[in-house]
Design a binder for this molecule. Sequence first.
Ligand code: X90
Length: 277
Amino acid sequence: MKYKIVSDSSSNLLSFAAAPYATVPLKIITAEQEYVDDAALDVAAMIKDLRTVKGKTGTSCPNIHEWKQAMADADMVFAITITSNLSGSCAAALQAKAELEEENPAQKICVLDSLSTGPEMQLVIEKLAALCAEGKAFEAIECEIREYMTHTHLIFCLESMANLARNGRVNPVVAKVAGVLGIRIVGVASAVGTLELLHKPRGAEKALLSIIDVMRENGYRGGAVRIAHCNNEVGATKLAAKLRAAFGEVEIKIVPTTALCSFYAEEGGLMIGYEDI
Ligand code: X90
């Protein structure tokens, strides 16, 4: 049985050697250009362009056809998407599944709504690869991965929420009332896959401590951690060191954000996926 893992590009994982794998790209759209979130894109150049671009900027999710193409060439597909509460990616993936299963009833496709994004999706993808490599049955993998996903979480620390607010991904009134538009904010992906804003730490150092406090409060005890950063390798490395100082030999991987998460997390942004096991 041939299996494949497919993710949308909000996972920041555009290639993955441990399993048959593909991503479908989200896009960043400005008045001048469309940036496709795939391996060919120069993300640093896009981030630089975004500093000076004028006019409306936005994003779009992968379409049904893109999902179908990525899913078509395997008997068993596990697809994971950014939260359905902030994007149409999951709806497109579900429609692709429905059409493919009608065309080929023998194909098995599982669509997982991460209710999150970025490094939390990365953890799920890595776990899927391990389960598939063990040669388990499709239904068993689906059952285990859904259980695993109840033990993964996402925290973020953003220095600007301007693009999130402008594109209606956080309520602009709430963001304004909370006074979080111009300052650093720590928050989490809520149980329903929306942004929940928690703290306004003063300074980068306090922000790292706040992240660790929130992780601890939410059940973190030393499980695997994935950190994605937008132009903030220093912050990511410091956070990793603090986590190891507090919890011992933690398994941590640090990756740069690709286009979609770079656009919304913005420069300096950190996203942390972790297990509560
Ligand atoms: O369909 C589209 O156009 C994509 C829309 C994506 C909107 C949100 C992306 C957020 C990325 C920000 C910090 C983490 C947020 C947690 C969400 C539950 C990064």
